[in-house]
Ligand binder design. Structure first.
Ligand code: FAD
Ligand code: NAI
Length: 462
């Protein structure tokens, strides 16, 4: 008899959600976690601490830039960095403890330590071997290295080091204008650091709607971030407290050097499978080093499943969570389902950026006829009152059927507004369905409705 119906390796958003759902479905479940606390990258060194620092630094930005105009006079607050880090850590702690509570509530055993899979149906942690009918690998990802860049997590850091710097640096070079680079670059820029972002491509945040990407770069530049585009970083050289970053401009191959107190490497993440023993088990991998799975999240070895950052798809917490639920349901004999075409993406800069579904670029490439309904937040009363008029909602709908195909928002609360579109698309709604739905006034959501109106006879406030 097995010790468990299911053992999950890794307690990030994929693993802990799978554990809770499996327990709810009546399975005897354990989750192995090597870290001191539950919650994975997301809760410990990812989504949660970064959002705490984004929130705190945004408050400072508001105080410095908008308070006086609203009649809130007085000295702007100064930065107490150790206290800000304490606030960040307490946010992390409440959330990781929350998962511990949920494990107890759902009778999920937390096995502490690093797991290996000696054979299907067995999980080894330290000297103990536990048996399980099924195993889910949810071991997440780690920062991808870059040739010539040596990480010390003090001067040359990944996001993990950047979330726990000893002090606010005077000068920071960020390598890569992706999600991590722009979010953490924004944090330090707001705290007074001179931030320069060096990006290989000619635009920020690859894969995003090109118009939104241009607008985001423009707005971040206005906020004080510097961008060097079309530049390939060659190497970093670090001393105890300083670093030099050498890059070549792609257009003319000229070499340039930037000085920094801290360099943040944010050029992507890669699946983390170290120490699991997958080679010996003959678990099939993709060309990109991800664990290959079928439509039930089962690997090439029967009874071993994989979810989250360690498999194909966007490296996002909510994608991992959805897979966690669905894989547990599949193992329980139910029909676990993830709609991969409707996974929203959000960048928590100011303003926020959010997207779901097709972009104009993907639609053009597919030769699909579409129409665009665009509405600027300048026409939205609530946004204007909140100094948040820069930005827009862009809705894409099928030219013939009017069915919504995608949405791209840059503006206030974009990360919340996008879910109205996700629900609409999940139900196969048309732009007209959205346009005919009453939206409360004055809300940012009215801009979404206006974009839907713009797909038809026209927006009212534009
Ligand atoms: P992880 O969260 O990486 O968890 C894997 C866990 O497995 C880890 O705790 C690890 O210790 C454990 N583990 C690994 N190997 C073993 C082993 N052999 N034995 C035992 N335990 C093991 N995504 C968003 O959607 N929104 C955001 O705002 C966001 N912000 C981010 C900010 C930063 C700075 C970073 C780095 C990432 C961010 N992400 C965000 C991405 C998000 O964190 C990941 O997509 C998500 O954590 C993936 O979840 P997961 O369960 O697959 O793996
Ligand atoms: P990313 O893939 O988002 O961006 C990497 C950037 O680095 C790209 O713009 C790329 O062109 C650039 N780049 C690559 N090589 C380069 C080089 N040699 N020199 C200069 N630029 C180079 O990766 P990032 O920001 O590290 O994030 C990793 C993952 O974490 C993402 O996949 C994302 O999904 C997840 N994440 C999600 C967040 C969110 O949902 N808000 C927040 C933070 C991370």
């Amino acid at each position: 008899m097995s010790d468990y119906d299911l053992i999950i390796i890794g307690s990030g958003p994929g693993g802990y959600v799978a554990a809770i759902r499996a327990a709810q479905l009546g399975m005897k479940v354990a989750c192995v976690e090597g870290r001191e606390t539950l919650g994975g990258t997301c809760l410990n060194v990812g989504c949660i601490p970064s959002k705490a620092l984004l929130h705190a630094s945004h408050m400072l930005h508001e105080a410095e830039h908008n308070f006086a105009e609203m009649g809130l006079k007085g000295k702007s607050p100064s930065v107490d960095w150790p206290q800000m880090l304490k606030y960040k850590q307490s946010t992390v702690d409440t959330n990781t403890k929350g998962i511990e509570f949920l494990f107890k509530k759902n009778k999920v055993d937390w096995i502490k330590g690093w797991a290996t899979i000696p054979e299907a149906g067995k999980v080894k942690v330290g000297d103990d071997i536990h048996s399980a009918k099924n195993i889910i690998i949810a071991t997440g990802s780690e920062p991808a290295p870059l040739n010539g860049v040596e990480i010390d997590e003090k001067v040359v850091v990944t996001s993990t080091g950047a979330l726990a710097l000893g002090k606010v640096p005077k000068k920071m070079v960020v390598i890569g204008a992706g999600v991590i680079g722009l979010e953490l670059g924004s944090v330090y820029s707001r705290l007074g650091t001179e931030v320069t972002v060096v990006e290989f491509l000619d635009h920020v945040t690859p894969g995003m709607d090109a118009e939104v990407s241009r607008q985001l770069q423009k707005m971040l530049t206005k906020q004080g971030l510097n961008f060097v585009m079309g530049a390939a970083v060659q190497k970093t050289e670090a001393s105890k407290s300083k670093a030099k970053v050498t890059y070549k401009l792609r257009k003319d191959d000229s070499e340039h050097v930037l000085d920094a107190d801290v360099v943040l490497l944010s050029t992507g993440r890669r699946p983390y499978v170290d120490g699991l023993g997958l080679d010996a088990l003959n678990v099939a991998m993709t060309e990109r080093g991800q664990i290959a799975v079928n439509d039930k999240w089962e690997t090439s070895v029967k009874g071993i499943y994989a979810i989250g950052d360690v498999i194909e798809g966007p490296m996002l917490a909510h994608k991992a969570e959805d897979e966690g639920m669905a894989a547990a349901e599949s193992i329980a004999g139910q029909h676990g389902h993830v709609n991969y075409s409707l996974i929203p993406g959000v960048i928590y800069t100011h303003p926020e950026v959010a997207n779901v579904g097709e972009t104009e670029e993907t639609l053009k490439a597919a030769g699909r006829a579409y129409k665009v309904g665009k509405f600027s937040f300048m026409g939205n009363a609530r946004a204007k009152a909140n100094f948040a008029g820069d930005g827009f909602v862009k809705l894409l709908a099928d030219k013939d059927t009017d069915r919504i195909l995608g949405c791209h928002i840059i503006g206030p609360a974009a990360g919340e507004l996008i879910h109205e579109i996700c629900v609409a698309m999940e139900f196969g709604a048309s732009a007209q369905d959205l346009a005919m739905t009453c939206h409360a006034h004055p809300t940012f959501s009215e801009a979404v409705r206006e974009a839907a109106l713009a797909c038809g006879d026209g927006a009212i406030h534009m």
